[in-house]
Design a protein around this ligand. Sequence first.
Ligand code: HEC
Length: 168
Amino acid sequence: MIAFFLWLTRLCGVLLALGCLLPATALAAPDHYIRNYLKVSEPISLALDHQGNTRLFSATDLEIGKQLFERNCLNCHVAGGTLSNPSVSLSLADLQGAKPPRDTINALVAYMRQPMEYDGSEENLWCRQVPESWLAQAEVENLAGFVLRAAQEAPGWGVKRFTNEPAL
Ligand code: HEC
């Protein structure tokens, strides 16, 4: 009988320990959107520039980027579109068509540090500027990595026409 109680206490201990571990495991699970729609589970390489330099991004890097995007960019860039100016969306084609092209990590970071007109002629005040004092280089690169990968892979990203558009 005593042995049984001892066994029971041990079992409770093990279950408790498992209970403590579970939330940590749940957090470590890869983000569903990153894995299924951006198709990233192993680190992927994204272009830093057009000279052939690249950087590896893990699923966690892109998840951090996604969270930053959701918190700070999504209001205007829902589904990778641009609500107030749908012709300048975050689609790969639009990023490539800008002057200079914004289809690399460095170009996206440069844009976020100082948003410019689509033809590169002057500063634009419509988009949200991301100063160093707010996001350090590593974080802003993760944000750029998410935007670039989504532009390459995400279904429906860079929408041009919003249904139920309010009359302007
Ligand atoms: C207040 C609305 C608003 C917010 C918030 C915003 N943007 Fe923008 N963004 C715009 C508008 C409007 C444009 C198009 C500007 C133009 O006319 O060239 C734009 C353009 C861009 C472009 C260039 C797209 C292209 O095809 O060249 C990128 C990249 C971009 N935004 C990224 C971001 C990121 C990343 C964030 C979050 C940190 C963000 N934006 C937050 C409004 C916003």
